[in-house]
Unconditional design. Structure first.
Length: 151
């Protein structure tokens, strides 16, 4: 398993999007974040595994039921900064078998998608052109707000 395989798994899920954040992390979203989407998985693009700085190869939401069960496996620990929200981190790629990782990512996406606000789900149900227009407008609005706050 590697970052490219994770990317293909995540982006194959319905209404999944990706962003590059915090220097070297790829963040996967259930729904575009500009219209209220929520993250469901994060990969460390350096892919070096857990170290003294808290880096990991993959982190994902697993829900309260799976959280403690996954933590019992060697190579899986509470996700830095997100453990309270029932996220776990893989210290290395072989902490789970590839099929298990794929299943966990699909589960993470479904759990997060289920919690999306009604208006976000309504936007995701729009035809692609309308949704793209809404996202463009939202990005302009956010950029204008950020500019106003700076200046």
């Amino acid at each position: 398993m590697d970052n490219e395989r994770i990317r293909s798994i995540c982006l194959a899920l319905p209404h999944a999007a990706e962003t590059f954040n915090w220097g070297h992390f790829m963040v996967y979203w259930a729904g575009d974040r500009e219209i209220g989407g929520k993250m469901f998985a994060i990969t460390d693009l350096d892919g070096i595994g857990l170290d003294s700085k808290g880096n990991f190869v993959l982190s994902f939401h697993c829900g309260a039921e799976r959280y403690h069960e996954l933590l019992e496996k060697e190579g899986i620990c509470p996700a830095p900064h997100l453990a309270r929200a029932y996220w776990v981190a893989l210290e290395r790629w072989d902490a789970l078998r590839p099929r298990e990782i794929e299943d966990e990512l699909a589960r993470a996406h479904a759990l997060i998608f289920e919690k999306l606000p009604k208006r976000t789900k309504a936007a995701l149900a729009m035809p692609d052109k309308e949704r793209a227009k809404l996202i463009r407008e939202r990005k302009k609005l956010l950029a204008a707000r950020a500019k106003a706050m700076r200046g």
